[in-house]
Design a protein around this ligand. Structure first.
Ligand code: SAH
Length: 368
């Protein structure tokens, strides 16, 4: 069914609003159609034109023949004991990607994927272990946000933050990620403030500068080491974009008042967690508007890294703080369902397992 014939109708999901406007204009439609339809797409999370009840029947039928709203099915929804939810989407070509919804006090944060697989092969990350499959389209990226928005709306809640920290390297997929950001920030899209949208990168310097020039989004950079030598061992991308240049680029990102760039640092016992590492990191960041997010490594089948003991984690943090660096330890969320940082893999397409998850029925029905 899925691979029989590709749907030739224009997919409206994932189209930046100026493009949607042009789409309607070139077909002789009224200007207000853009606002009307985008409201249905991104505020009410409509998946079918038939549900857009304030549009005339004629217009809806015409739309139906010209356009579609892609909505890849959620094959599996898993709920962690801590309230974190992981969703596995099956894309039209069979690739699997995951997103994670993290509730925390008044925040509802969605962590989205931007690639099926990843080419960077960071040694501690499960996504990299299975290699790169392909870039995701803006429609596929934004669909994850629509799906989460819809689930939250059913509980009377709203999405507050989006982080590009799921599977893949967002800055190796800049065109589609830009289109998605456009929709997230647009007043007629999700209308999120730039500080509530965070792009996390392993350090693709030119792409980071380019995006920072075009969008007022926040940046998180996965440093994970305080020396070239250790970083190159952990993250092969460091040979292309060395730590030294990366820190300079982070210092150069334009920031609004009171905002900082985040440096992510995955703590790996015996690898990058010594007091000397902490002092080196504090030196690298001294005087910069950069805050550190410490992430004790989350184990997965692909590697045998271990998180530091609570005592050495605390010592590491204390050294940074003493060096004047704002530091927080990222709370581990959703580890029981393999939804924590570095654990996303996206199950390969295969024979459907039946009845494994009690939430499957909810997840796969069209209007849950
Ligand atoms: N490619 C992007 C976004 C995805 S990774 C990037 O590198 O930033 C998101 C974060 O998870 C990164 O900071 C990465 O260093 C961290 N991470 C990867 N594997 C991890 C693991 N096993 N445990 C804890 N954090 C991990």
């Amino acid at each position: 069914m899925m691979n029989a014939m590709k749907d030739a109708r224009t997919d409206l999901k994932g189209m930046p609003l100026p493009e949607l406007e042009e789409f309607f204009r070139s077909r002789g439609k009224e200007r207000y159609r853009t606002r009307q339809v985008s409201r249905w797409l991104y505020r009410k999370f409509a998946e079918e034109f038939s549900t857009m009840t304030d549009l005339s029947r004629d217009f809806r039928e015409e739309m139906e023949t010209m356009c579609r709203i892609s909505s890849p099915p959620a094959e599996k929804v898993e709920l962690s004991l801590d309230g974190t939810e992981k969703v596995l989407f099956r894309l039209e070509d069979g690739e699997g990607v995951e997103s994670v919804l993290i509730p925390e006090k008044s925040r509802r944060t969605l962590c989205v994927s931007t690639q099926a697989g990843c080419a960077l092969s960071c040694v501690f990350c499960a996504t990299g272990a299975s290699g790169f499959r392909r870039n995701m389209t803006s429609a596929e990226i934004i669909h994850q946000v629509c799906f989460a928005g819809r689930r939250l709306a059913e509980r009377g809640e709203r999405l507050t933050n989006v982080v590009f920290m799921g599977m893949g390297e967002p800055l190796e997929n800049v065109p589609e990620v830009s289109r998605a950001i456009d929709i997230l920030l647009s007043q007629y899209g999700f209308g999120l403030a730039g500080k509530r949208v965070t792009v996390s990168t392993a350090g693709i310097i030119p792409a980071m500068r380019d995006l920072a020039d075009r969008y007022p989004v926040s940046f998180a950079v996965s440093l994970n080491a305080a020396s070239e030598e250790v970083r190159s061992r952990l993250m092969p991308v460091n040979r292309r974009y060395p730590l030294r240049d990366l820190i300079a680029a982070m210092r150069g990102i334009p920031l609004r008042n009171g905002c900082k760039v985040t440096a992510e640092y995955v703590l790996l016992s015996g690898v990058n967690d010594t007091p000397a590492d902490a002092r080196a990191l504090a030196r690298l960041l001294s005087g910069a508007r950069i805050k550190v997010n410490l992430i004790p490594v989350n184990p997965h089948d692909q590697g045998d890294f271990r998180p530091p003991s609570p005592a050495s984690e605390e010592r590491f943090r204390d050294i940074l703080v003493a060096g004047g660096v704002q530091t927080i330890t990222r709370e581990r969320r959703g580890a029981d369902i393999r939804a924590a940082c570095g654990q996303l893999r996206g199950a390969p397409a295969g024979p459907r397992e039946r009845g494994k998850s009690p939430l499957r029925a909810i997840a796969s029905s069209k209007n849950p």
